[in-house]
Ligand binder design. Structure first.
Ligand code: PGA
Length: 257
């Protein structure tokens, strides 16, 4: 079975005390058999990475929430993949729906960012998902397919020869993000299966290297039911990752051994 990934997307929230509380909670137990990822704002990355290294907690890693796909240059306010790796990160979230909706990221930008991430040795967590209107119109698969299409080269290239998962796709229905209303586990599973088929269509080998995780109002109360679905390889957690106790409870539910 794929080792699950449970990621905290703090967005523009959180601080070092939150990182400390999560790391301390993990040290007390729980999280075994699960990869745990903390994605704080840029300014905290290096320090959180240092705290994570010091904690020596297996499977605990740090990631950024965004990157610029250029290597360097006159792009005021932007941060490159190499800089993120240099700060001690192993992952980066790419194409979150807030980046797409509020900052105008296109599907093509998302694909460039995923490539740039891989180029710097970072595992991209590529977010896709439909809006409520798109779901109501029965267009969920078409929307997700269109979001994945520019990533064909990224999937086809595959990864190096290591045996780890080198990227993740996060299925995050836009209507479920921050709404308190997660997707029904069976509905999420169906989209996860669709995502796997699309990735496999580009490169059958890539699908074995990808985790498909779910995001959108994952909470202590619904995490176990989501994780019980085959094909849901973990979660990208926003709001509930801002309370250490809730995030730790999500990590423990379903996967704890
Ligand atoms: P949420 O956010 O858990 O607060 O719904 C998830 C996300 O945006 O990644």
């Amino acid at each position: 079975m794929t080792r699950p990934l449970i990621a905290a997307n703090w967005k523009m929230n959180g601080d070092l005390a939150l990182a400390e509380a999560v790391i301390a909670g993990l040290a007390e137990g729980g999280g075994g058999g699960v990869d745990v990822l903390l994605c704080p704002p840029f300014v905290y990355l290096r320090e959180v990475a240092r705290m994570v290294r010091q904690a020596k907690a297996a499977g605990l890693a740090v990631g950024a929430q965004n990157l610029d796909y250029h290597a360097h240059g006159a792009f005021t306010g932007e941060v490159s993949a190499a800089m993120i790796a240099d700060a001690g990160c192993e992952y980066v979230i790419v194409g979150h729906s807030e980046r797409r909706a509020l900052f105008g990221e296109s599907d093509a930008d998302v694909a460039r960012k995923a490539q740039a991430a891989r180029g710097a040795g970072l595992a991209a967590v590529v977010c896709v998902g439909e809006t409520f209107a798109e779901r109501e119109a029965g267009r969920t698969e078409a929307v997700v397919e269109a979001q994945l299409a520019p990533l064909a080269g990224f999937f086809a290239e595959g990864a190096g020869s290591g045996d780890g998962c080198d990227f993740a796709v996060a299925y995050e229905p836009v209507w479920a993000i921050g709404s308190g209303q997660s997707a029904a586990p069976g509905d999420a599973r169906a989209v996860h299966e669709f995502i796997r088929r699309r990735v496999a269509a580009h490169n059958p080998a890539a699908v074995g290297r990808a985790r498909v995780i779910y995001g959108g109002s994952v909470k202590p109360g619904n995490a176990a039911a989501l994780f019980a679905e085959p094909g849901i390889d973990g979660a990208l957690v926003g709001g509930a990752s801002l309370a250490a106790r809730d995030f730790l409870s999500i990590i423990r539910s379903g996967y704890a051994d």
